[in-house]
Design a binder for this molecule. Structure first.
Ligand SMILES: C[S@@+](CC[C@H](N)C(=O)[O-])C[C@H]1O[C@@H](n2cnc3c(N)ncnc32)[C@H](O)[C@@H]1O
Ligand SMILES: [Zn+2]
Length: 306
């Protein structure tokens, strides 16, 4: 236990007050500057900032409900179509995981991380929602894998610089308000030549029309302010099925990563067999055809390098 804590602490830095290290003192993880204790309980370390914004609180509440349900399940399903597709995507850019440091951002129930752990990577799961981490931990136990579980906010990663070989975020960075700040943190904690891979909603006819109902906000000043005002000021997030959520255009994605010093930016269709549960099967084949057209792309994957 102490060895595991030592290993984790050696990678960490403060989240609330400056960039220095935090220490392990008398089995407690503490900050020397403000005497904050970072609580490590039942194998999950809490590194959330002391103050949380309304967007962060919405995320905790929205996702908390989902993962509380999953936690009640006896067996956690992990190798579903989305999980497998994400692992396939990561493998496209990295063939060897042996002892590589892998960080999953917004890990949810850990379905991707657990499959990467099976490939002998050194896996770190981060999520803002404690229930998500509990579900991940349960899944890792179920699959006899080891991982590190940290409750943290993607805008305020608690890690030192140059730690991770591979960072993956599947459908998670669209839930952050200050994506620019978050991405600059991803760059900081990535090793030189390390890679980041994300899947995000793409600004297209599908996301723009879906956004009217569920509050997905285009990452553009004018249109974005309009969607934000309706869904999060007037309706107070009542219909925002996935909490605060954005969609990104090719230009906004390119700028986001280029302005944060990332190189070799590739953006392509995230080609997954959408389950489209509630759509009658007659329409399904037409919708699946439409999705292949760039004007309708629902999601893209972005791969970048430090
Ligand atoms: C769409 S789910 C994706 C879960 C997982 N990647 C998967 O595919 O199963 C989004 C996840 O991002 C997490 N999340 C949302 N906002 C966050 C934030 N600011 N910091 C860390 N995690 C966040 C949510 O708690 C949720 O688990
Ligand atoms: Zn402090």
């Amino acid at each position: 236990m102490i060895n595991k804590m030592n290993k984790i602490v050696s990678l960490l830095r403060r989240v609330d007050c400056g960039n220095n290290k935090i220490y392990l003192k008398n089995k407690k993880i503490v900050c020397d500057a403000c005497t904050r204790e970072y609580i490590y309980q039942n194998g999950i370390l809490n590194c959330l900032p002391k103050k949380l914004s309304s967007t962060q609180l919405i995320a905790i509440k929205t996702w908390g409900k989902d993962y509380s349900h999953i936690l009640k399940e006896k067996y956690i399903i992990f190798n579903d179509v989305y999980g497998l597709k994400d692992v396939e995507l990561i493998q496209k850019y990295s063939s060897n995981f042996n002892s590589k440091k892998f960080l999953e951002l917004g890990c949810g129930k850990g379905r991707v991380s657990v499959m990467i752990a099976k490939k002998n990577a050194d896996v770190y799961c981060v999520d803002i929602c404690i229930e998500a981490l509990k579900a991940s931990q349960k899944l890792f136990k179920q699959e006899h894998q080891r991982g590190v579980f940290i409750c943290a906010d993607l805008e305020n990663l608690p890690f030192k610089e140059n730690i991770f070989d591979i960072i993956f975020g599947g459908g998670s960075i669209e839930h952050i308000k200050d994506t620019h700040k978050a991405v600059s943190g991803f760059y900081r904690v990535t090793k030189p030549k390390g890679i980041n891979i994300f899947t995000v909603p793409f600004t297209s006819l599908s996301t723009l029309s879906q956004g009217i109902i569920t509050g997905s906000i285009p990452d553009s000043k004018i249109l974005g302010s309009f969607y934000y005002f309706i869904h999060f000021v007037l309706l107070r997030g009542k219909f925002a099925l996935y909490g605060y959520e954005k969609n990104f255009s090719q230009v906004s994605l390119n700028n986001l990563f280029k302005n944060n010093k990332f190189k070799k930016i590739t953006i392509s269709l995230y080609d997954v067999t959408y389950t489209l549960k509630f759509i009658p099967s007659y329409f399904k084949k037409y919708i699946l055809k439409l999705i292949k057209n760039k004007f309708f792309w629902p999601m893209v994957c972005v791969k970048v390098e430090k």
